[in-house]
Design a protein around this ligand. Structure first.
Ligand code: 4AD
Ligand code: MG
Length: 483
């Protein structure tokens, strides 16, 4: 058996009493031919390995370079030096993989996040990305724990679909049809349009933008379900908050109205934040420190009022502000920002779609806490949202988070078949193709609601990373699908 190792995180939490242990990991630094800082990814803290002078061949010591991989056995003893509690006195060192120090792109010094994106295949080996991805894991685990403990069923909804759940047309086509004009021509109908009957699935298909519609089918049998999977949007948004491939958690609940939906979303967000505060203290402290340093570069008025951990604790201890879209428009219209024409998009009045600058004004300047906005004009929301009695608004809700903007989008669903079909007609949603969706309204329809939490935006919020490309391992954005 090869892998009989102890993780460094575990060792650093134990008492050094001379016990023999084996560790495996990558060299961060090798000082004075004597001190190896070894990292194995379980924590940002390195284990100091002491290489006694004269004990090992010079040829072997030369091969101990930054990021070479080692298997080391030794005795764990209390450290004589300052800065660490324990040392591993090496008795055997096996070099598992050499690393040419001249060529290795990740030198042991500070690199910009932009540069690290270009070497995303190696950036996990930095402290920042170590912390971010351990927290990402913890958040994902907490998502499953939260819903499992509440009795929700985890549904795996399809990635290839024929429908556009959001009706926004931002889909990536999935096809095996040829698209050259030569011998191997794209099959076409008489009117010149592409003949998708010849395609792999015998119809046009795309990557899913949301698992919601299938989630609704399951919720109207199991009661409460959630999805957690990748979703795809071909929107050409080059911003620090948009990805073409992102992960979304979408709970869908029968017998829930809009208020039940908001309560669940707020409880859920607080739960997963609490899980990270309780389980990832060390990584959070590291990221809090990193963020504080980063913010020192910013002008005073651009800095956050709270540190990262303080901000997360504030979220746990305060209720989210709940206001309607109509109230939000009034606040924005009357704001000094609007009057002084500080918005790029001025507040034109009721009915306008809110831009992220407006959302951020509400959470960061006005309320200084997360805000749940509800009851939006039906014209700016999806076809499936429940129509309110006023004839103008739908039972939608978005949650806006400080520094992020929209983190959750959801609604109560239109469960009344006639109203739903009428809205689909108005919005040119293909009713015949969606026969299966409408069947839930035909056969034992129930009031139900759900929402989608953008997982990467949540990871951004918890880690304080300002660019969404730095919280997903291999970001897909317009013009970029490297790795
Ligand atoms: O508001 P959206 O589009 O809502 C839906 O997809 C619904 N079907 C959800 C539901 O009710 N089940 O997206 C939900 C969330 C947004 O609030 C945002 O956090 C995230 O998904 N999101 C993105 N995250 C990263 N990159 C993008 N391009 C995103 N688009 C949406
Ligand atoms: Mg939305």
């Amino acid at each position: 058996m090869f892998n009989k190792r102890t993780r460094i995180k575990e060792l650093l939490g134990s008492e050094p009493k001379g016990q023999e242990v084996t560790v495996m990991g990558w060299v961060r630094t090798f000082r004075n031919n004597q001190f190896i800082a070894l990292n194995d990814g379980s924590t940002n803290n390195n284990l100091q390995v002491v290489v006694a002078l004269g004990k090992f061949d010079d040829d072997q010591l030369k091969r101990i370079t930054t990021s070479s991989s080692l298997k080391i056995t030794g005795n764990l003893v209390a450290s004589l030096g300052k800065g660490q509690k324990m040392d591993l006195n090496a008795t055997s060192i096996e070099i598992l993989g050499d690393c040419d120090a001249e060529k290795y792109p990740l030198q042991p010094k500070k690199h910009s996040l932009e540069f690290l994106r270009e070497i995303a295949h190696l950036r996990f080996r930095t402290n920042t990305f170590g912390s971010v991805f351990r927290i990402r894991h913890a958040l994902a685990f907490a998502v499953h724990k939260f819903y499992n403990d509440k009795g929700f069923i985890y549904m795996h909804t399809p990635i290839v679909t024929g429908s556009d759940a959001e009706g926004a047309g931002e889909m990536f086509r999935v096809t095996t049809l040829p698209f050259d004009e030569g011998k191997n021509k794209t099959p076409r109908n008489e009117d010149g349009s592409i003949n998708f009957k010849e395609d792999f699935f015998g119809r046009a298909t795309n990557l899913t933008v949301s698992g919601q519609l299938e989630g609704e089918l399951a919720a109207t049998a199991f009661g409460e379900i959630y999805t957690f999977g990748p979703t795809f949007r071909a929107e050409n948004s080059n911003t620090p908050r948009h990805l073409a491939e992102f992960w979304m958690i979408e709970p869908e609940m029968a017998f829930y109205d809009l208020e039940d939906n908001m309560n669940l979303a707020e409880e859920f967000i607080k739960y997963i934040i609490k899980h990270v505060i309780e389980n990832n203290k060390e990584d959070l402290e590291f990221l809090a420190q990193r963020l504080a340093e980063e913010e020192k570069q910013l002008p005073q008025d651009k800095r956050s009022e709270m540190g990262l951990i303080e901000k997360l604790e504030f979220i746990l201890n305060n209720n989210f502000e709940r206001i309607t879209y109509t109230e939000a428009i009034d606040i924005l219209r009357e704001s000094s920002y609007n009057k002084k024409k500080k918005f790029q998009f001025p507040i034109t009045g009721w009915g306008m779609d809110l831009q992220s600058e407006h959302e951020r004004y509400l959470v960061e300047k006005h309320f200084k806490k997360p805000v749940i906005l509800s009851n939006y004009p039906k014209e700016i929301k999806a076809f499936y949202m429940r129509q309110n009695d006023d004839g103008k608004t739908v039972a939608a809700m978005d949650i806006l988070a400080p520094g992020i903007g929209e983190i959750v989008g959801g609604s109560q669903r239109e469960e009344r078949q006639d109203k739903l079909e009428q809205r689909m007609k108005e919005m040119h949603i293909p009713i015949e193709e969606m026969w299966w969706y409408l069947d839930t309204r035909r056969y034992g329809t129930v009031p139900h609601a759900g929402f989608g939490l953008g997982f990467e935006r949540m990871v951004q919020f918890v880690t304080g990373m300002s660019n969404i490309r730095d919280v997903i391992a291999f970001p897909r954005t317009p013009g970029n699908a490297e790795f």
